[in-house]
Design a protein. Structure first.
Length: 214
């Protein structure tokens, strides 16, 4: 009798050890598939927003905000892009006339740029200035801002000179979600912004997106 009970007990342990991992693997697989579907929906929406943004840039618009609701995540995502001239620091009419004449012949000047991604409780912004003239980019600056009360953020960025007339300015920000009592959960998002500035004085938002994970 005792041997029979021991045998049954061992058999139950073996059966349970086989069933539980299978159930866990199934649940984990479903969660991964759900996250993958959400990310695909976000990628699709962000690509649409980026295309609309660059179409508006081509039309000459300089203050753009495009938002789209994504049913899969039950939230809005948006992209903003802004470019503005920086006025010359002079009040002398002669100097102004000379500057305008030179600009008409060979565009030159300074501009502010700003691109941002807004999603799921965080904002990632890349902004700065660039100087252009004679068909070339002379210089550029960059600054990264990231906000969202329930996240900690990284703010790395870089400027790449693709050629004298095209500079690429990019930033990748990791937004780590914080759990209770400040414990780090390891969950979060990674967002990407890339702006290209040109020697003609124009600019373009090349990338503005985010993904699940760090």
């Amino acid at each position: 009798m005792i041997k029979t009970k021991i045998f049954i007990y061992i058999a139950l342990i073996l059966i349970t050890s086989l069933i539980i991992p299978t159930q866990y693997a199934s649940a984990n697989s479903n969660n991964n598939e759900d996250e993958l579907n959400k990310q695909k929906a976000v990628d699709h929406a962000m690509n649409q927003i980026l295309e609309k943004t660059n179409n508006e840039i081509k039309e000459g618009k300089e203050n753009i905000h495009i938002s789209q609701y994504v049913p899969e995540i039950k939230d809005n995502i948006s992209v903003e892009f802004k470019v503005e001239d920086i006025p010359e620091n002079t009040t002398k009419e002669k100097n102004i006339s000379v500057y305008k004449a030179a600009k008409a012949k060979k565009p030159s000047g300074r501009k502010n740029y700003s691109g941002s991604v807004n999603a799921w409780g965080f904002t990632h912004q890349l902004r700065g200035t660039f100087v252009y003239g004679s068909g070339k980019v002379k210089s550029a600056t960059k600054q990264v801002l990231a906000s969202g009360a329930t996240y900690t953020h990284t703010r790395p960025s870089k400027i790449t000179k693709l050629d004298p007339s095209v500079w690429s300015i990019s930033s990748t920000s990791k937004h780590k979600w914080l759990g209770k009592v400040g414990k780090v959960s390891g969950l979060g998002y990674t967002s990407y912004i890339t702006v290209e500035v040109y020697g003609s004085g124009t600019s373009r938002l090349k990338q503005a997106t985010y993904k699940t994970g760090l």
